[in-house]
Design a protein around this ligand. Structure first.
Ligand SMILES: [Zn+2]
Length: 260
């Protein structure tokens, strides 16, 4: 039998449910995941000090080949509670298309087989386990590419990862999250004011927002300034009452439980 409750507190809860503001993200209104791709050295000296000073934890999608010169630094990043995610050994992408002139022939996924792609991804997990000792982690598709010569490798990596991040923008409610193609907003010449709007929209809609950074004060053509990055992080800190800020692995483990 369904019990109808008309007390003020019940009515308030019903109203909040209608608005999608049920604090369903680990008792907060929204969730924010900060992701940094490609193991760019600027992450170590421009991003991590700000994150650490504010006690915020993020996910660093590591391309092993790029990380080789700073292995001890990345070990310390993991020890400090950040997630080292998998972003392949050599960062292959689909080349030969407009805007991808930078993809070298030997890193062109059109010249790979699915098995080569899987070998590269799985070897990166071995590399990352050597750094952080962990066997569970998340993946980020290089350039957002999910196929090798038109064959999807998404199903093949489902046993290797808890979840994977794509590159398409979007705010998501828990039930909408596709764990093997998680949406994100890419920060590129984006101001702090614009990025704060993503956060506000997530809070207002009770959603997950994932932000993808490359260069922070340099290191990649896709870049934002150190000042804008710092301003965003300080803004997030002021909103901690409303938002849950955690590495991707932690958030997707929570989503999995809720979706089940
Ligand atoms: Zn990348």
């Amino acid at each position: 039998m369904r019990i109808i409750c008309l007390t003020p507190i019940c009515l308030l809860l019903t109203c909040l449910t209608c608005l999608g503001q049920t604090n369903s993200w680990n008792n907060k209104k929204a969730a924010v995941v900060l992701t940094y791709d490609d193991a760019i050295p600027q992450h170590l000296y421009n991003a991590i000090p700000v994150l650490d000073s504010l006690h915020l934890k993020a996910t660093f999608y590591i391309t092993a080949f790029n990380a080789k010169a700073q292995i001890n630094d990345w070990k310390k990043v993991a020890l400090n509670g950040h997630e080292l995610g998998n972003h392949t050994l050599f960062h292959p992408c689909i080349g030969g298309i407009k805007g991808r002139e930078w993809v070298k022939s030997e890193r062109n996924m059109n010249h790979y087989t699915v098995q080569q792609m899987l070998d590269e991804i799985r070897m990166t997990n071995v590399f990352l386990q050597a750094l952080d000792g962990k066997t569970k982690r998340t993946f980020a598709y290089t350039c957002g590419d999910m196929t090798v010569n038109d064959t999807s490798f998404v199903d093949d990596i489902k046993k290797d990862f808890v979840a994977a991040r794509g590159v398409h923008p979007g705010l998501l409610k828990i039930e909408q999250v596709n764990l093997f193609n998680i949406n994100c907003f890419t920060a590129n010449q984006t101001t702090a004011t614009e990025m704060k709007q993503w956060i506000d929209q997530a809070i207002n809609s009770g959603s997950l927002v994932v932000i993808l950074f490359h260069g922070i004060g340099g290191g990649n053509p896709l870049n934002i300034t150190v000042k804008d990055h710092s301003e965003l992080l300080h803004y997030l800190k002021t909103k901690e009452k409303d938002i849950w800020i955690a590495p991707m692995l932690e958030v997707v483990n929570y989503i999995k439980k809720q979706q089940d």
